[in-house]
Design a protein around this ligand. Structure first.
Ligand code: F6R
Length: 622
């Protein structure tokens, strides 16, 4: 939550900061601000609103300057910027970052939560420091100014600051009397730095830096950096300098652009066939006897395993649920569960060396998933991470990482990373089942063959977007939606309902169809639409019974049925046909119309889509 940008060196610093903030706006968009270190001091500009409005303010302010070089940012020596997802303190200009210390020495931006902010504030107030905001961020800002005044040494002040604050944070800092420097620090929140062509940068998200360089320094927890035009120096919280090697990130900066699309979400939905194809190709090899999975996990990895846990949050948790279903279908001798990370980490669950825990996180930065992973590692559990972001915290902290190859996902609502997770989890589960000897060669060939046709099936669905668009327009005035399904479809009902909540702000619930009559059916009437998932499998008849029960209560029914299931028409008001898949692979295909339905419903209702209210792309606070 919150996007941070810093830049120092021989470039148009102002432009780099604004550009970097625009790229990270999906991380938080309650307010935005910049502090620019110009020859005569800080220029701190902030507002409640979006980065585009901030840009206007900054440009207006620059236009008042007299010389051409001033107008094009030539006098700006260094700068920091922030786009906020509010935690402590309301959404006001005063609470917007950057914050300045009362003596004007420090300008600081922060992502995370400072847990002992109140204590620091109380102590500094007794020293006569006047706080002006309601934020937790002002405490480290004032504290750093106090320490710097005492020591006159930036490294020492930073070291003492980082050892005196608790919680999770990324801090990026300008010192008024050190115009050619930026300082930053990281504890449990993301921060990446880079140096190229006489300019140093830092940001929360690597995508903000890709147009300058692909060689990135991912800071570890407990690390600080000093950035200058000459390069980046790294230090531990003990003040000792550390050598760090950059990691090369292969993402292309164009991948983080909207191109011809109106919204990132729509572009990312379209990328799914390609992403699925890439994932399959990267993790399978063609052999003389057919196709083999190749996840490069040690053979002995499953030896002695009694329990498997798939652990994640939000959409990634629904991918975890799907993986759990798949594993259980072929091996009922294992204790397999999907777990919500924010709950798992506080429960007293049995785990250890006989447990395999798979942590799934698009960003690799979700605070609860990281906390759960650390807990599992501390208990000696065998861990695997599945993440989309190379160099992310999860990627670095877990020894065995499998990367989804979705490329950067900018739309706040996850789409292509979900299908990439489903696909990679399917391959992982198949490999684990094979190690255990519970997957027959026939089933393996059937499923790998089924996976191979998934991209074409996804593509065929995308080409029928107009049908979904018409459905979305027809039902957009429903007072709410129930998504129902059974077994493989249950994770999809959850995902379909979540997408509608996130971007269309419509009440939408997901139920295992058999649960409807245990309570939720009481809510049905002609204004509450039921979206029923009825793939071509052994549960079709049971699903159709559930649908009839809903119809008898006058609920309009949209049926997502298997291609060719003409008979199903009589059970619904509208039908959309989905290509037939292998039963276990249905989520990978069935999700596409649900994403398009949420997208077009949100569009019909006139919502912004890529940056839904109150949300942020990576949830780095607990
Ligand atoms: C929903 C969505 C969120 C994330 C969740 C976990 O569209 O994007 O529910 O899935 O915040 O995020 P990651 O996967 O980054 O751990």
């Amino acid at each position: 939550m919150c996007g941070i940008m810093g830049c120092v060196g021989k470039c148009d610093v102002r432009e780099v900061i604004l550009n970097g903030l625009a790229k990270q706006e999906y991380r938080g968009y309650d307010s935005a601000g910049v502090a620019l270190r110009e020859e005569d001091g800080f220029r701190n500009i902030k507002l409640v609103g979006r980065v585009a409005e901030l840009r206007r303010l900054v440009e207006e302010s620059a236009a008042k300057e007299s010389t051409a070089s001033e107008k094009n940012g030539g006098r700006t020596l260094s700068g920091i910027g922030h786009t906020r997802w509010a935690t402590h303190g309301g959404v006001t200009v005063t609470n917007a970052h950057p914050h300045e210390s009362s003596d004007g020495q420090i300008a600081l931006v922060h992502n995370g939560i400072i847990e002992n902010a109140r204590e620091i504030r109380a102590r500094l107030e007794t020293e006569g420091i006047v706080f002006v905001t309601e934020t937790d961020t002002e405490s480290p800002c004032q504290q750093l100014a106090w320490l710097y005044k005492e020591h006159g040494d930036a490294l020492r002040a930073m070291t003492e600051l980082c050892n005196s604050i608790t919680g999770m944070y990324t801090l990026v800092i300008l010192f008024r009397d050190r115009p050619g420097e930026i300082w930053c620090a990281r504890r449990l929140a993301p921060l990446v730095a880079a140096h190229a062509d006489g300019v140093s940068y830092c940001a929360s998200d690597p995508t903000a830096l890709l147009e300058y360089t692909h060689d990135l320094f991912f800071l570890e927890d407990g690390e600080m950096a000093q950035l200058t035009a000459d390069g980046c120096r790294f230090f531990g919280f003990d003040g000792k300098e550390r050598k760090k090697a950059p990691i090369r990130l292969q993402w292309d900066s164009a991948m983080a652009e909207k191109g011809r699309y109106e919204h990132f979400m729509r572009k990312e939905i379209d990328e799914q066939p390609n992403v699925t194809r890439l994932t399959i190709d990267a993790h399978t090899v063609v052999t003389s006897v057919g196709m083999e999975k190749d996840l490069k996990l040690p053979e002995g990895f499953m030896r002695g395993i009694r329990r498997v846990r798939f652990i994640a949050c939000g959409t990634s948790y629904y991918a975890a649920l799907a993986a759990c279903n798949l594993m259980e279908s072929f091996d009922n001798t294992l204790d397999v569960r999907a777990e919500i990370a924010s709950e798992y980490r506080f429960r007293n669950t049995a785990e250890g060396n006989d447990t395999l825990a798979v942590f799934v996180s698009q960003s690799g930065e979700t605070a609860d998933t990281l906390a759960a992973a650390r807990l599992s590692q501390s208990k000696g559990t065998r861990c695997i991470a599945i993440t989309n972001v190379r160099g992310s915290t999860l990627d670095r902290e877990i020894e065995h990482t499998l990367r989804t190859l979705a490329g950067p996902e900018i739309g706040v609502a996850a789409t292509k990373t979900f299908t990439a997770q489903l696909c990679l989890l399917d391959l992982l589960v198949l490999q684990l089942l094979k190690y255990r000897g519970t997957l027959s060669a026939g089933d393996e060939a059937r499923l790998i063959g089924g996976l191979r046709v998934v991209p074409a099936q996804q593509q065929a669905l995308l080409e029928r977007e107009a049908e979904i668009e018409a459905l979305a327009e027809k039902y957009a005035d429903s007072k709410g939606f129930f998504f129902i399904g059974r077994r493989e479809s249950v994770p999809l009902t959850l995902e379909g309902a979540l997408k509608l909540k996130e971007i269309a702000y419509l009440p939408s619930e997901a139920y295992a169809a058999g649960e409807m009559k245990h309570g939720p059916i009481a809510m049905l009437d002609e204004k509450l639409t039921v979206v029923a998932l009825v793939p071509h499998d052994d549960l079709r008849e049971k699903m159709l019974s559930s649908v009839q029960e809903c119809r008898a209560r006058k609920a309009p029914i949209i049926l997502l049925a298997a291609e060719g299931d003409e008979e199903a028409r009589e059970f619904c008001n509208d039908i959309f046909f989905i290509p037939k898949t292998e039963r276990e692979l249905f989520p990978l295909v069935g999700v596409v119309p649900l994403q398009l339905f949420a997208y077009h419903t949100a569009k019909t209702l006139g919502h912004g889509i890529d940056m839904p209210r109150n949300l942020a792309k990576s949830v780095t606070v607990e």
